[in-house]
Design a protein around this ligand. Structure first.
Ligand code: KIV
Length: 272
């Protein structure tokens, strides 16, 4: 049985606003390739994020900084081929939008044109306001991203909870209002106190989608490898593991290896 309040054949940025109005929580998950995207879409997840977390979980980098625009476009176009229903949002990677609005627009146009994605996501508040406005003016929907912004890891030095201090909380609230005012269709809020996240969600009409931001926001996002338990090392408090694919996969692979070594695979039904 579906837990959705309304059935959507295709999720658009307008559907998300409607979901918030109807008090229906938004489900969002990352994906980086065609096969995963198909599984995610068959599960009727509302939003697929081609996150720059691909830099960590797909390429094994320590941070999100090394991933390039070309690599994001490659991941995004693979995902798009597996999606029929979900809204697909793509992260603008580090270095593709920070220098000026023209560069930000050029990068966004490349993502939209070359991958077929539906929207872009950008980390930051008033520092990147002009770039967001320029992209929006070109008709490209923008999702904001506030709180913990992993592309600025070297500025902050840690991945700990953000906006615990009053002055940070004040800036975050101002940034969220600004993103709403200039026309962003949604905001991701990462790793901030639940009370503050709820306050922010209640202060804007656009959906606020949280990761490590508690249940008082309008939706949730997780990295797919983390929530499926493919990654044993990463276990922050906010993460709920819905499966233990690491164990399932290693057990299957060990069984395969043993069957090959003991000549149990293939048998006569598995040959021509
Ligand atoms: O890149 C990513 O996966 C993200 C999510 C953690 C929101 O930005």
């Amino acid at each position: 049985m579906s837990t959705a309040k309304k059935q959507y054949k295709r999720v658009t940025v307008k559907s998300l606003t409607e979901m918030k109005k109807n008090d229906e929580k938004i489900s969002m998950i990352t994906a980086y390739d065609y096969t995963m995207a198909q599984i995610v879409d068959h599960s009727e997840i509302d939003v697929v994020l081609v996150g720059d977390s691909a830099s960590n979980v797909m390429a094994g980098h320590e941070t999100t900084l090394p991933i390039t625009l070309d690599q994001m476009i490659y991941h995004a176009s693979s995902v798009i081929r597996g999606i029929q229903r979900a809204l697909v949002v793509v992260d603008l990677p580090f270095g593709s939008y920070q220098s000026d609005p023209k560069e930000a627009l050029r990068s966004s146009i490349r993502i939209m044109k070359e991958s077929g994605a539906h929207a872009v996501k950008m980390e930051g508040g008033k520092e990147i306001k002009d770039s967001i406005k320029r992209i929006l003016k070109a008709g490209i929907p923008v999702m904001g991203h506030l709180g913990l912004t992993p592309q600025s890891i070297y500025k902050f030095g840690t991945y700990t909870v953000r906006a615990k201090e009053e002055y940070e909380a004040k800036k975050l609230k101002e940034d969220a209002k600004m993103l709403e005012r200039i026309g962003c269709f949604a905001i991701v809020l990462e790793k901030v106190p639940a009370k503050l996240a709820k306050e922010v969600a209640e202060s804007v009409s656009i959906p606020v989608i949280g990761i490590g931001a508690g249940g008082g926001v309008d939706g949730q996002v997780l990295v797919i490898h983390d929530m499926l338990g493919m990654n044993k090392e990463f276990s922050p408090r906010f993460l709920r593991r819905y499966a233990d694919l690491h164990t399932v996969m290693t057990d299957a692979l060990k069984q395969y290896k043993d069957d090959v070594k003991s000549q149990k695979f293939p048998d006569e039904n598995e040959q021509y």
